[in-house]
Write a protein that binds this ligand. Structure first.
Ligand code: ADP
Length: 499
């Protein structure tokens, strides 16, 4: 299967698709049912290619392979250093294919090609390197027991892991979940989102080239309610990591509870506040606010979708925002001039537009945007609503698109109350030069990450994840490594104590 420029008017070179089958036990195979599904180019709505549609039977085969690789294979038994060196090789191979991988995500998810090349894909390699470096530093503790006992702990890999990946960061999320699991010595079944299966299959091929033993990483492409649900309810999967909607997170938790009580970690929705105080540099604050909602076309769970500005600078801020929004050019993700590509699919496109209509009906005013951009594909203009009331749907629901709700506040206390007035708690931003405000507000907001005078300041070493209904468990940092390990205590009497 291949895709060329023939069925689109894009002047940009798009990649040839090499891998479209499931990857199980080190081999590319068709789905047991023989079924395939379409993956769509969001620039045009046209079919890119067909990909194997994995379902329960395929998940069973992938779990068997992962189980065998865990129970009998070398991966969890080899030294951490040996696992680390295979992971470093994997990172190098990814680095050699940065362009191919960035192009696959641009084509499949509408992500900016240049950004993928400069940031997303190099960072994937860095993630592998970070956890490769941790693989030989996993150890337990010697315990200070209160009796004549010698006690120590081991940190052992949790086993077979299911990683259910969202479509907004197909590459980053693949490795945010899989790199720490690999370092820990786990084996896994990765299910990419049905909208964006292509890069995951490319990573499967590179895993084999890097020397990962068969069965350590299996990739099952397919739909959520079939393949995804089969992973969540599988009796032989020890842990499921899920990143996606709150609604599906709830289903994963139910499936885990009614099957084998597998551990889960959930990274779910957000409605993150950005609080801008009177002393802020208005120009920089406006740039940050636009970045916070428009980066990756708003398809990012930590997007700053609620922007609260203190009354002293509100009018000036609003004016700047309107001016600067024009710099966010919507266009083909392969075009270096574009800053916003298309939304991932028709469903998201329709959902975002219906929120915009809802905002208008509820009485919010459009400062800018509010319409589709262009007449084909799933492009939407950068959209800012002002005159927003806190209880409007656009201010409470996660829209997952380039739609900002701009609101005003007077005092610090009011800012904190408003920031916390959400069921979510993924991230928050604060813009101020006043250290007292920064300290007070950052400690008062119930969210997993607080960015002061920056936004999206991610780093391998800095974990993030949810408070409240944004989920539990952390991505990145050593926190993420520990979620793939479990503690075993070993105790033995010392001296010939009368036990
Ligand atoms: P969105 O609603 O934003 O598309 P989802 O939360 O539905 O995001 O999707 C995230 C991932 O979860 C995808 O890989 C999807 O296939 C998967 N998924 C969807 N429904 C289920 C389900 N019932 N069980 C397991 N996985 C699912």
């Amino acid at each position: 299967a291949s895709h060329s420029n023939e069925n689109s008017d894009s002047p940009f070179k798009v990649p040839t698709i090499k891998f479209t089958k499931l990857f199980i036990n080190g081999e590319f195979v068709d789905a047991v049912s023989g079924k395939t599904f379409e993956t769509i180019d969001p620039r045009t709505g046209e079919v890119i290619t067909r990909v194997a549609e994995g379902d329960k039977e395929d998940v069973d085969l992938a779990v068997k392979a992962a189980r065998r690789a865990f129970d009998e294979g070398p991966w969890p038994r080899m030294s951490g250093a040996a696992r680390g060196s295979i992971m470093l090789k994997y990172a190098d191979l990814i680095n050699e294919h940065i362009e191919d991988l960035a192009a696959l995500d641009a084509l499949d998810a509408g992500k900016l090609f240049n950004w993928g090349k400069a940031v997303d894909i190099p960072n994937v390699a860095n993630l592998l390197r970070y956890y490769a470096g941790a693989a030989d530093k996993i150890h337990g503790e010697v315990l200070k027991m209160s009796r004549e006992l010698h006690g120590y702990t081991l940190r052992e890999p949790i086993g077979v892991v299911g990683n259910i990946i969202p479509w907004n960061f197909p590459s980053t999320m693949f490795f945010m979940m899989s790199a720490p699991a690999l370092a820990a010595g786990c084996t896994m079944i990765v299910k990419p989102a049905e909208q964006t299966p292509l890069s995951a299959l490319f990573y499967a091929d590179l895993a084999k080239q890097a020397g990962l033993p068969d069965g350590v990483i299996n990739v099952v492409t397919g739909y959520g309610p079939t393949a995804g649900a089969a992973i969540a309810s599988h009796m032989d999967v020890d842990k499921v990591c899920f990143t996606g909607s709150t609604e599906v997170g709830r289903k994963i938790m139910q499936a885990a509870a009614t099957s084998n009580l597998k551990q889960i970690s959930l990274e779910l929705g957000g409605k993150s506040p950005l609080l801008i105080f009177d002393d802020a540099d208005v120009d920089k604050a406006a740039d940050l606010a636009l970045l916070g909602i428009l980066y990756n076309k708003g398809e990012i769970c930590v997007a700053s979708s609620r922007v609260f500005v203190q009354e002293g600078i509100f009018d000036e801020f609003e004016k700047k925002l309107k001016e600067k929004a024009k710099d966010w050019v919507v266009g083909d993700p392969f075009d270096p001039r574009s800053r916003l590509g298309p939304q991932v699919d028709k469903r998201q496109f329709d959902k975002i537009l219906s929120y915009i209509e809802h905002g208008k009906r509820e009485g919010a005013s459009l400062l800018t945007g509010g319409k589709p951009a262009g007449n084909k594909g799933y492009f939407i203009e950068p959209t800012v609503f002002t005159d927003v009331k806190e209880n409007m749907k656009i201010a409470t629901d996660e829209i997952f698109g380039p739609v900002m709700s701009l609101m005003k506040f007077k005092t610090i206390d009011e800012a904190i109350t408003k920031a916390n007035n959400t069921k979510y708690g993924l991230a928050a931003g604060i813009v101020t030069k006043n250290i007292d405000i920064a300290n007070t507000v950052s400690r008062s907001i119930r969210a997993g990450t607080i960015w002061i005078n920056c936004y999206f300041a991610f780093d391998c070493d800095c974990s993030y994840g949810g408070y409240k209904m944004s989920g539990f468990g952390r991505h990145l940092g050593l926190e993420a490594l520990h979620k793939f390990l479990q503690v075993k205590s070993i105790v033995t009497p010392i001296y010939n104590s009368p036990w």
